[in-house]
Design a protein around this ligand. Sequence first.
Ligand code: UDP
Ligand code: MG
Length: 352
Amino acid sequence: MPSLTPITEPNISQVNVVDCAPGSDALKELRDDMTIPEISVIIPVYNEEDNLELLYEKLLISLTGTKRTWEVILIDDGSKDTSFAELQKLAANDKRIKVVRFVRNYGQTAALAAGIEHAQGKVIIPMDADLQNDPADINALLDKIDEGYDVVSGWRKDRKDGLWLRLIPSWTANKIISYISKVQLHDYGCSLKAYRREVIKDVRLYGEMHRFVPIYATWQGAKVTEIPVTHHARQYGQSKYGINRTFKVVLDLITVKFMSTYFTKPIYVFGTAGMMSFLTGMAAFVWMLVLKFAYHTTFIETPLPVLVCMFVMLGVQFILMGLLAEILMRTYHESQDKKIYSVGESINIKKS
Ligand code: UDP
Ligand code: MG
């Protein structure tokens, strides 16, 4: 992870003020610099009409308090209520409010991905539109980033959601995720997080994967921490999720783990399963012969012949699948010129 200048450092300092004559390049650079906000807040919006005005007011207070330049990108994820009209009103009065509207509902992850794509800030802060997250916490997240962390995750310590459908499944999921990923966080599901731009800009998000960004980041060498954040009960509108999200999250975790461990060598996974299956088939075959010649049990008296066929065929299939996965993986890396490693820093080596 490349080390960065602290975000509080004003951009102006890079420009020599003496050179700033009217019309000069330095002046242009200064102007361009100033138009790039330091913070980008990203907010997916799906049927949140009653929350938006209050959300804007709270953001305004909180972001002004940070004394940094900012933008808020709201992504209307195909809302069926008047959310978009509300957003239009907000954007008309404040140019720092930017809006992207999807043609239909694609889901929170897609909305976040669109927001990240348009974000210009050095720190990217996703949060929910329903006021369950409190914009007042943004300052505390930024303080941690200033301390040198690359990712600061919110932890809804006193979470105001239903016990059975939310708190217990989420507690279990957090334990499993922490165990499998070896990244210890209390609350992966909290939308309110802060990322240094470099950490999140190139991450491709699928399914429910936005919650795993801190894991990817840690694997890439980023410094991750968490701080308790305030959580409110939803006042207006309804939650868009039910219990089945927990299952999706766990399935996504399996994908993430697979990608991280075996992505560059899928044949190791499929090949191992294939070999085991093949060997089991062979053992059943030998046992079948022993039974026949030593104990005079004919082949058709036991299920062994069927098992032999099944395990041997399964074994061959697994190995073939592994080979296919290897081809796919190579196409993936080579067609996009992707490296199988990522470099943090290098010394005395020219960047090509
Ligand atoms: N959301 C979205 N698209 C969807 C579902 C949700 O943009 O298909 C947004 C929603 O408007 C909110 C955030 O994602 O800003 C979190 O959704 P919700 O509050 O329903 O989730 P919960 O807090 O219940 O986990
Ligand atoms: Mg919510």
